[in-house]
Design a protein around this ligand. Sequence first.
Ligand SMILES: Cc1cc2nc3c(=O)[nH]c(=O)nc-3n(C[C@H](O)[C@H](O)[C@H](O)COP(=O)(O)OP(=O)(O)OC[C@H]3O[C@@H](n4cnc5c(N)ncnc54)[C@H](O)[C@@H]3O)c2cc1C
Length: 332
Amino acid sequence: MTEYYETIIVGGGPAGSSCAWKLNQQGKELVILDKQSFPRLKLCAGWITSRVMEKLEFTPEDYPHSILQLKTKMYVAPFPFSFGRCPTRWTDYSIRRIEFDRWLLQRSHAPVITHHVKHIEKRRERYIIDGKYECKYLVGAGGTGCPVRRTFFPHQRVQKKQIATLEKEFEYPQPDNTAYFFLFYSGLRGYSWYVPKRDGYVNIGLGGFSSYFKKSGINIHQHFQWFLKDLSERGLLDEQTAQDLKVSGYSYYLYGNQGKIKQDNCFLIGDSAGLASVDLGEGIAPAIESGLLAAGEILGDCQYKKNAISHFSLNRFWQWMIEPWLLKILEV
Ligand SMILES: Cc1cc2nc3c(=O)[nH]c(=O)nc-3n(C[C@H](O)[C@H](O)[C@H](O)COP(=O)(O)OP(=O)(O)OC[C@H]3O[C@@H](n4cnc5c(N)ncnc54)[C@H](O)[C@@H]3O)c2cc1C
């Protein structure tokens, strides 16, 4: 015997919970299956733009956890100074993912079952998950390693779009609300960040194209050491903290035109579809946008298409400054 739901969403991160939020508003029958129970750790700088709030219809005042409006400073090598204006198209904020993802999930009012999805098959018009759950619409929101993707979208990912990262979030006294982005430092094809949170936390990390690390022979950990040294020299991190830091890594994919994200009644959203913005690797907003769009198609309101999801975070000035470089290395 299987449990039937009209829609099953695999993964309760921002993509899955946004999709559920919209479907639930229309009284649709659905369930989210996530292998972890929330709150759960998600490696992420926790920088969000105001478009996240616009899409999900809330304001910073509505958000009950730590949220900080950021003053964003962007440094681009080889220039030693920062460029004064906010580099993104929106207002920048920081949140902590451990709080944010749980809140989004609760706000969706969707039923959630802790279940590690392993096996999925399609029988006639139905999807069967681990012989236990059955649905008409299946939404893959399980991040980079999503089992829905593995099963129904087995094509190769575009390796050039793969981003490798290292990061750590920890308590550290913050002088103010300045976030720093360092693009292309020490030759890195990517950038490093320092994102303060309200309540004395900070997230520091680094991300770059996996192909760059492979080709250059420079290990991501080596880059991270250079970055820590730089932060110490700038007075942003004391040396002892830098020495003791234990970082973790994760990889995800930037937006590209290749590959389907929908087939029959099966959808890929968020990181499972590879949708992060091509300039700053912003993944939360595209995860939310894609979740809402997929829900829109299930509701019969719109079509779920990749090109409806915005894939630039920088404003036009910055796009003009670095786009030629990006297009060259992405070969698009
Ligand atoms: C180090 C790092 C820093 C980043 N910083 C930023 C940033 O500052 N701002 C930004 O916008 N983006 C950032 N990103 C990208 C952003 O984190 C992702 O794009 C975003 O989390 C995607 O959301 P999602 O809902 O698709 O996936 P996720 O948030 O990864 O959620 C996927 C969920 O699926 C569940 N799941 C996985 N497999 C299964 C399974 N087999 N069965 C059941 N459940 C399963 C997982 O438990 C998880 O809860 C960063 C990424 C990294 C790695």
